[in-house]
Ligand binder design. Structure first.
Ligand code: KIV
Length: 278
């Protein structure tokens, strides 16, 4: 791929091979960080491919970033399918991960039905939020050929239970519970683990104690990958979270902002100290 300042040629623009779960495992084995962006439409998905972004997440954050809700709870299967279809039309190389929205996986049967719809819309992996209680659901999905990313830490669909968007795992008991959940989710067959808003030292421990790749957001530098929401990368969020960074402000246009994000993740320069929770 092309880095900043390097002339773009057909050989160095973007991804030239389809990314799969195996690609991500190999990158982890080789100690190369991979890059994820949450985005929601075809033109941005195409730019992500040209920027060499390995994983595109069609997150239910679209409820807040695109649809104007104040949480992800109102997001429906129809919203998710519409955006997964758009993203998959714009990008035939990145691994596309689609979120299952609030209550669409409340039982294993519902999870199978709804994951099927997200996969048929164009996703290659589905993501769902939760710990130990999800193990049965995850093993049923993976047994049926659906790769799964489990999401723990700050799980925004549980915002009302947490009493706000707060860092998780700060005390010893909750940190131990997250480590325990991570191990059980791996054992249940999860292919990836997303850690949101947890202390950097906890994300490091979890990443060291499991074999599957970890993707962090507000989880320090030691996860195998980073994810940011496109609105934060492009400075569209009125009150950006501490863990995010506006990459557009120091670059000339959107492709350059994405290239800088990719470069900073790959070189371990993002997240920096100011983006990390202790
Ligand atoms: O929905 C989403 O975009 C997410 C990321 C913030 C990780 O879950």
């Amino acid at each position: 791929m092309a880095y900043i300042g390097e002339p773009a040629t057909d050989d160095n623009i973007g991804l030239n091979k389809k990314v799969s779960i195996l690609t991500l495992r190999k990158l982890k084995e080789e100690n190369e960080k991979f890059v994820t962006v949450a985005l929601y439409d075809a033109p941005m998905a195409a730019m992500a491919k040209r920027s060499g972004i390995e994983v595109v997440l069609v997150g239910d954050s679209l409820g807040m970033t695109v649809l104007g809700f104040d949480s992800t709870i109102p997001v429906t299967m129809e919203h998710m399918i519409y955006h997964v279809e758009a993203v998959s039309r714009g990008n035939d190389k990145s691994l596309i991960m689609g979120d299952l929205p609030f209550m669409s996986y409340a039982t294993p049967e519902l999870a199978i039905q709804n994951a099927t719809r997200i996969m048929q819309a164009g996703a290659h992996v589905i993501k769902l939020e939760g710990g130990e209680w999800l193990c049965d659901t995850i093993s049923r999905l993976v047994d049926r050929g659906i790769p799964v990313c489990a999401h723990i830490g700050l799980t925004p669909q549980s915002v009302n239970k947490f009493g706000g968007f707060r860092v998780q795992g700060r005390d010893e008991k909750s940190a131990r519970k997250l480590i325990h959940d991570a191990k059980l989710l791996e054992r249940a067959g999860a292919d990836l683990l997303l850690l949101e808003c947890v202390p950097a030292s906890l994300a490091k421990t979890i990443t060291e104690e499991i074999q599957i790749p970890t993707i962090g957001i507000g989880a320090g530098t030691d996860t195998d990958a980073q994810v940011l929401v496109i609105n934060d990368i492009l400075g569209l969020t009125p009150k950006p979270p501490k863990f995010s960074k506006n990459f557009l402000v120091e670059t000339q246009d959107i492709p350059a902002a994405l290239a800088k994000y990719v470069q900073d993740v790959k070189h371990g320069e993002f997240p920096a100290k100011e983006h990390i929770f202790d």
